[in-house]
Design a protein around this ligand. Structure first.
Ligand SMILES: *Cc1c(COP(=O)(O)O)cnc(C)c1O
Length: 217
């Protein structure tokens, strides 16, 4: 099955980069996938999943949680401020924090709820106008302000431009994280997770390579 193959390739990439075995978390990106495919991966024992829409996650994960324990769900897509509270109920980590208004809202709800998902700050490393994320020139100040809000900032996240060499973006993200003392790097997808691991990824987000193409039954 594809899950085992991806896990083996991750282990190989860790070894090649002389990184400890198990230092990279595999987030199985289950967005849009049929429930049978997701269930098959749960049955194999995998527990870390990624979704990119709050509403979609809300529709499928409460049921899975009744049947499988220890599910660790990561939000990897954009979060509207008015969905923050729902996100708190569903997700153990939010990888898409990219603006002060959202950061403030998360901090306020964390106060009220007494807990907070892990936070990754999304960086628009390619400075693409249509893409979410803080610009590289603004990330240091944004990290600082998130820390002053007491957010549990674990690391940085990026989605490289499709037409560019991803490793340049992975290296840039790693540099920004290192100079700010952040250990977490959410980077690498089906087509490039091995090079992301070589450059320090701690969380790879792999969808189609595990589940098959999206929207194809
Ligand atoms: C869909 C998605 C992925 C997974 O993409 P694949 O190419 O299917 O591995 C990773 N990260 C984000 C932010 C996504 O939206």
């Amino acid at each position: 099955m594809a899950l085992e193959e991806i896990a083996a390739r991750i282990a190989e990439a860790e070894a090649k980069a002389e990184r400890p075995a198990g230092s990279v978390q595999l987030i199985a990106v289950s967005k849009v996938q049929p429930n049978e495919r997701v269930q098959a991966v749960l049955v194999k024992g995998h527990r870390i999943f990624g979704e990119n829409r709050v509403q979609e996650a809300e529709g499928k994960w409460p049921d899975f949680r009744e049947r499988f324990d220890r599910i660790d769900l990561h939000l990897i897509g954009p979060l509207q401020t008015n969905k923050t509270r729902q996100a708190f109920e569903l997700f153990q980590a939010i990888h898409s924090v990219d603006r002060p208004k959202l950061a403030n809202n998360i901090a306020r709800i964390a106060q009220e709820e007494g807990h907070c998902p892990d936070v990754f700050l999304q960086v628009n490393t390619g400075e693409e106008p249509q893409k979410a994320g803080v610009l590289p020139g603004e990330i240091d100040a944004f990290i600082e302000s998130c820390r002053s809000l007491d957010l549990p900032v674990k690391g940085l996240m990026c989605i490289p431009p499709v037409a560019e060499e991803p490793s340049l973006h992975f290296a840039l993200l790693a540099k920004m994280a290192a100079r700010n003392g952040l250990a977490g790097l959410s980077m690498g997808m089906s087509g490039d997770f091995e090079s992301a691991i070589a450059l320090g990824a701690t969380h790879v987000r792999v969808g189609s390579a595990i589940f098959g193409a999206r929207g194809v039954a």
